[in-house]
Design a protein around this ligand. Structure first.
Ligand code: SF4
Length: 388
């Protein structure tokens, strides 16, 4: 079982580091389906799959590509994911896709969407979802339902398909299972963080953005069994919540460093869009309404989402208490405006509550981790000493 788990994790790493998207190419050749890329944070993947596309996470180039062309399209003070995603497009890596979908999380992502339209409109179709910002209005729900139907009908039409409610319901069921399996993995990590290192869990989630959901579900089930069978040696560490990596993902080396220095992450917001709903989306009735309602009513807090009913500061403190964490580690991508604006508010509330915290900024092309190592080690040791 351990060997199978190691094998799956090695495969995930290959997948996420392959900027040639070989797995996506082979899927298209084998099935005759299309492929649609989506930019984080949340995207209605159920619609793309039901319309005949493999949904493909386009989350930048990590440290796998050199930025040589995209700099000409942006100013200097912008997060890496935006630049490297543009670079992927300019260097032809995204030619495997039929289209791209963006939504409004921040000004940088919005600019990227319009740059894609201007630069790649001959190769890719473009969709932009204006997700409603007012979560409690019936008009907003009805509007989002209409948006989803419009996008689905367009995408299915491009594949020569007729709208099919049963295909949509099947997709919803498969992604419900995907979210449920993620939930089980996250709960296992909360109970036994030594056996489920965060770097490995993150790799598994990232790989899901490049695989058909059925295949990813099987992989998650196998890995759940593999992690469950592990019995790691006891070692010192502190339980932490990681906040701030909802869009650009921290380099794998940084996550491995967290594991190595004894930061047992028991809750995080990595790729939170894949875990956006706390409950199953109904698989009966009108699927567009079901997805729209699920989005509007989802209580999952995030810096890219305004929800006055669930203040983000309160939700962070609640996450710390619920998971019996000792501290919060803020991990923000450099120049991530939604994250860094919220940091000020979070910091104030954590200090009032007496919850220790540490800020680590990252970027995709981060090659040296000595400063982060020193800060993390000092932080962990000071807390271990305090709780000893
Ligand atoms: S990392 Fe932050 S600033 Fe950059 S695109 Fe994502 S949300 Fe926007």
């Amino acid at each position: 079982m351990t060997e199978a788990l190691e094998g799956s994790l090695a495969r995930c790493r290959e997948l996420v580091e392959d900027m040639g998207f070989a797995r996506v190419r082979s899927h298209k050749e084998k099935t005759g389906e299309g492929a649609v890329g989506y930019f984080p944070v949340y995207s209605p993947l159920e619609l793309y799959r039901a319309a005949g596309y493999l949904p493909v996470a386009v989350h930048g180039g990590g440290n796998q590509i050199e930025i040589t062309a995209a700099d000409s399209r942006f100013g200097s003070f912008i997060c890496s994911i935006v630049k490297s995603t543009m670079e992927l497009g300019m260097k032809g890596h995204l030619d495997v896709l039929d289209g791209m979908v963006f939504h409004d999380i921040c000004d940088s992502a919005r600019n990227l969407a319009y740059l894609f339209e201007r630069n790649f409109k001959d190769k890719l179709f473009m969709e932009y979802i204006h997700l409603p910002q007012k979560p409690d209005g019936t008009a907003a729900s009805a509007y989002l339902r209409g948006e989803y139907e419009r996008i689905y009908v367009r995408l299915a039409g491009l594949r020569g398909r007729k709208p099919d409610a049963s295909a949509l319901r099947e997709s919803i069921g498969l992604y419900n299972l995907n979210r449920a399996l993620h939930g089980r993995l996250y709960r296992l990590r909360q109970d036994r963080p030594r056996d489920v290192p965060t770097s490995q869990l993150s790799l598994l989630t990232r790989a899901g953005g490049l695989l058909p959901v059925e295949e990813h579900n099987r992989m998650l089930e196998d890995c759940l069994a593999g992690f469950g069978a592990r019995a790691s040696n006891p070692r010192d560490g502190i339980r932490v919540v990681v906040e701030g990596s909802f869009c650009e993902q921290p380099p794998m080396d940084l996550l491995e460093l967290l594991d190595a220095v004894g930061c047992f992450v028991v809750e995080d917001d990595f790729l939170i869009g894949r875990r956006w709903f706390a409950a199953d989306v109904p698989t009966t009735g009108d699927p567009f309404s079901a997805l729209a309602e699920a989005y509007m009513k989802s209580p999952v807090p995030s810096s890219v989402r305004h929800n006055p009913g669930v203040p983000r500061t309160k939700a962070l403190v609640e996450r710390v208490r619920r998971t019996k964490s000792q501290a919060v580690i803020f991990m923000y991508a450099k120049f991530c405006e939604p994250g860094l604006f919220d940091y000020v508010l979070f910091k104030e509330v954590l200090e009032k509550e007496g919850i220790p915290h540490l800020l680590i900024e990252f970027e995709e092309k981060m090659w040296t981790f000595e400063k982060a190592r020193m800060e993390l080690e000092t932080f962990v040791e000071s807390l271990l000493f305090e709780y000893a």
